[in-house]
Design a protein around this ligand. Structure first.
Ligand SMILES: [Zn+2]
Length: 253
């Protein structure tokens, strides 16, 4: 039997070409030694590593041949994570041992994952990745006392992740907020200039519930591979939730 050199997958969102036409069908190949060597490159953070792994193994998207790093950076994070999942599956198989720390007792919790069973949600026909409306319960009250309680978001892309990558380790909340701010298209009736001037400060004024609503719209409720896991600690019985970390997919064994 001939080895299979090319694998076809359907992106959950897809890449728009110059005419705005979305392309979902992508061809990928297995990782080779060149990509493996990237795993040992300590100058690459997780986001830059993901970009290079995808750029090295993505052969085509729709009619776009050899898409290259620029296009990979402009892809939606949901599509990038989906591709990392598929590249891992074709290269190293579906079985992955994921390790977590129990937040209650600090014990190691190890789970054998079947990556072939990870649910993937595709973008619905009536869903626009550039315009996702989120209703807030408490909203944001501006200096004139007006309450703004709807936010329109676009889904995050690779270049958003790269922008906040340097903050991830030492200031994870700042990184998450900076990424969210980049994705806000409109906030109630606030003028764009005002929104820009507020920056991250507007998110800090929101209640925890409203912050969570925005976060969920960008992660759990967004199209793509569902990476959230509910885990149970064998030592103390606590249950907790974690996201399956795509940067663990390729850890050198
Ligand atoms: Zn525990």
């Amino acid at each position: 039997m001939q080895p299979q050199h090319e694998f076809t997958v359907e992106l959950p969102i897809g890449v728009a070409d110059d005419r705005g036409q979305p392309h979902k069908r992508a061809a990928i190949r297995k990782m080779r030694g060149h990509e493996e060597s990237l795993l040992y490159d300590r100058t690459l953070g997780p986001t830059a590593l993901a970009s290079q792994l995808i750029a090295g193994t993505l052969l085509r998207v729709g009619e776009i041949a050899e898409p290259g790093p620029d296009l990979v950076d402009r892809m939606y994070s949901a599509d990038r994570n989906f591709l990392l999942l598929q590249i891992r599956r074709i290269t190293l198989g579906d079985r992955l041992t994921a390790g977590y720390l129990c937040p209650a007792c600090g014990e190691d919790v190890s789970v054998l994952e079947d990556l072939g069973a990870v649910p993937v949600r595709e973008l619905d026909d009536d869903e626009d990745p550039e315009s996702i409306e989120v209703g807030l319960e408490d909203g944001y009250t501006d200096r004139e006392g007006n309450v703004h309680s709807t936010v329109v978001l676009r889904l995050p892309r690779g270049d958003d992740e790269l922008f906040v990558a340097s903050m991830l380790d030492h200031a994870p909340m700042k990184a998450a907020d900076a990424l969210t701010v980049r994705c806000i298209q409109r906030f109630g009736t606030l003028p764009a200039t005002e929104l820009q001037a507020y920056g991250v400060a507007i998110l800090r004024d929101l209640t925890l519930g409203d912050r969570l609503r925005i976060q969920r719209a960008l992660t759990d409720e967004a199209p793509g591979a569902s990476l959230r896991r509910t885990l149970r600690c064998g030592a103390c019985g606590s249950r907790f939730e974690r996201l399956l970390d795509v940067s663990d997919f390729f850890l050198p064994c």
